[in-house]
Design a binder for this molecule. Structure first.
Ligand SMILES: [Zn+2]
Ligand SMILES: [Zn+2]
Length: 599
């Protein structure tokens, strides 16, 4: 669901009401607990609470149980609108359990923050119990909410976290309780199932277990080391993209990892991107160099190294360029947000009359590669300029023309897209692909950007048919986004069991005893001498002195597509015992029969 639609939805109100219900349960169970804020969020809700004594995960069950009881009682949820004075009186009213000076200090601060003239509202949950005793839960809140607590049936409290009041570390740390709520039992169960599945597929855990990559504090924050199996994955992905690009007339270029800062002054990145750049390096000649945060200016230099004619265009320079961005250490998150990563980058220099076709070509390339990777579900998002913001550069005419070109291209391709105002790059509009994974979660991956600005800053030219100089348009594109991100997504998509063509190890040969090792190594050599998808087969020999059972288990855990078991009888008859990751024991086969199976 789109964010705006979600915020208008019943589900959003339901979750907000579930947050209030939880706050009601907390005020009853933990006298003295002070409530602060409790909004609905993407997958549920939270409430930040200042508890008199710290609570633990075990408390969640108790709170949830009380919520269940409260939800079944006959409690309407009423909105009351009041003046500022009345609001203050209510907040200070000790007779209401969630209010009064002892517990409502945060609410008082929130009231102060409501701008003059804005409506002040409370949400009120009242009931009378069987003994005729009157109960009330009141919360200062903008709403909206559902009509009665009875509507909140399918919920679960998920976890505890610390959260500073108003997100400021100088303030007191409060306890955040996360929960979720759904309209139906099935909805809740599906969500919990997906979470469970997601845990099993977590690329951070699988990345470690499958020996794909590692981090070391001695190397530095956010700087991954790619282990042999991860490096193979990168190579296969890179080869796939490179082959597709060569087919489509791209040309490879290679550029350095550092550059003189003047290059980035010229490009304007120094103004717009400085906070993401590593500290500068000054050499003995007082020249300042920086680690490259982007490849674009290098490719522009190459374009500019020659006089270009209209007949030379389009020019498509591609590079798997490693860039360095100084993410705050708190924001570094494994390979998805690293300080060094490799973009499957390319820059296209095109004439205005080529823009639409080239844009279509780029999107077609993206679709082809995604299909090959088994990623069939995606949607496009067109990021446009926010007219109210001043962070963008370039003339309005160019913005209008480039946005129009993207829209025309999408329409020509019959591709649906949604518009996201304010999501453009600072130099031009862009089209992002949001890919849905096997669990239905969305990943923002590839991007295509149309840029009139850098050609202008660098005064790029080509000589037109009229013998006069003209300005080309640039397209920036990175279908994967980064290799790191794509590997994270693929790891979760396949739960580490990559398709055969992508698997870091395709065959694990398991000799049963030492006397079978020689045959095992010669089988490995034989397989490695053959090509599959233009690359030699990837083979390991597990010659450890372990039982066959243990070797099978461990190679299964490594999600190797085929295990080839070698014993006396196999060597005699010239076969191997084949065990497939998906189908288990396939019996004895000759190598020729095995390779036939792969097609
Ligand atoms: Zn609220
Ligand atoms: Zn670029």
């Amino acid at each position: 669901m789109l964010k705006e639609a979600y915020e208008q939805s019943y589900l959003y109100r339901l979750r907000h009401s579930a947050a209030h219900l939880m706050a009601q349960a907390v005020t009853e169970l933990y006298p003295g607990a002070k409530l602060s804020i409790g909004p609905p969020i993407e997958n549920g809700f939270y409430y930040d609470i200042d508890f008199p004594q710290p609570i633990r995960e075990e408390d969640l069950e108790k709170i949830e149980k009380r919520m269940k009881e409260l939800s079944q009682l006959d409690q309407k949820i009423n909105r009351i609108e009041v003046s500022r004075d009345e609001a203050e009186t209510l907040i200070l009213d000790k007779s209401i359990p969630s209010m009064g000076t002892d517990v409502a200090e945060y609410k008082l601060e929130l009231l102060d923050a409501i701008p003059e003239g804005e409506t002040i509202s409370f949400y009120d949950q009242q009931r009378t119990d069987r003994e005729g005793k009157y109960h009330r839960f009141l919360d200062l809140c903008r709403g909206p909410h559902v009509d009665a607590t009875k509507e909140i049936k399918h919920f679960k409290l998920m976890s505890l976290a610390g959260a500073y009041w108003r997100g400021d570390v100088r303030n007191k740390q409060l306890t955040r309780i996360y929960g979720t709520a759904f309209e139906s039992k099935e909805g809740l169960e599906h969500y919990l199932h997906v979470l469970e599945e997601a845990k099993k597929r977590d690329h951070r855990i699988l990345g470690r277990e499958l020996h794909l990559y590692m981090f070391s504090p001695r190397v530095g924050t956010g700087l991954p080391l790619w282990l042999p199996k991860g490096a193979v994955l990168r190579e296969v992905l890179t080869d796939t993209m490179k082959a597709e690009q060569l087919k489509r007339g791209y040309e490879p270029v290679v550029t350095p990892h550092i550059a003189n800062i003047k290059l980035y002054e010229k490009s304007g990145h120094i103004l717009t991107f400085r906070e993401k750049m590593f500290p500068f390096m000054e050499d003995e000649e007082k020249e300042t160099h920086i680690l490259k945060p982007m490849n674009c200016p290098f490719h522009i230099e190459i374009y500019q190294s020659q006089m270009r004619s209209y007949r030379d265009l389009p020019i498509r320079y591609a590079e798997f360029g490693t860039v360095y961005r100084y993410e705050q250490s708190g924001e570094v998150a494994g390979i998805l947000r690293a300080r060094g990563f490799t973009q499957d980058d390319a820059h296209l220099f095109v004439r205005p009359d080529q823009l639409q076709d080239e844009f279509i070509g780029v999107v077609d390339l993206m679709k082809t590669v995604l299909e090959k990777l088994g990623l069939h579900e995606y949607r496009a998002r067109l990021g446009t300029k926010d007219p109210a913001s001043d962070k963008y550069v370039g003339h309005d005419d160019n913005w209008i023309a480039s946005t129009q070109a993207i829209e025309n291209a999408c329409q020509a391709m019959g591709m649906d897209y949604e518009i996201s105002v304010g999501d453009a790059a600072f130099y031009g509009p862009k089209l992002d692909l949001m890919i849905k994974d096997a669990l239905g979660r969305e990943w923002q991956m590839g991007t295509v950007q149309v840029d009139y600005n850098l050609p202008e800053r660098f005064e790029l030219e080509y000589i037109g048919e009229d013998s006069k100089p003209h300005r080309p348009i640039m397209i920036h594109r990175a279908p994967f986004g980064s290799l790191e991100r794509m590997i994270g997504l693929l790891t979760e998509q396949y739960a580490g069991a990559f398709p055969f063509w992508l698997s870091p190890v395709q065959f694990a040969i398991l000799p049963i005893a030492d006397r079978h090792n020689e045959a095992a190594f010669s089988l490995a050599a034989d397989l490695r001498s053959r090509l599959f998808d233009t690359r030699p087969f990837r083979v390991t020999v597990d010659d450890r002195r372990e039982t066959l059972g243990k070797k099978i288990r461990e190679n299964q855990m490594q999600k190797v597509p085929y295990m080839l078991i070698l014993g006396d009888r196999d060597i005699e008859s010239g076969t191997v015992g084949v065990r497939s990751r998906e189908d288990g024991d396939l019996g004895a086969m000759t190598v020729a029969e095995l390779l036939d199976r792969l097609g």
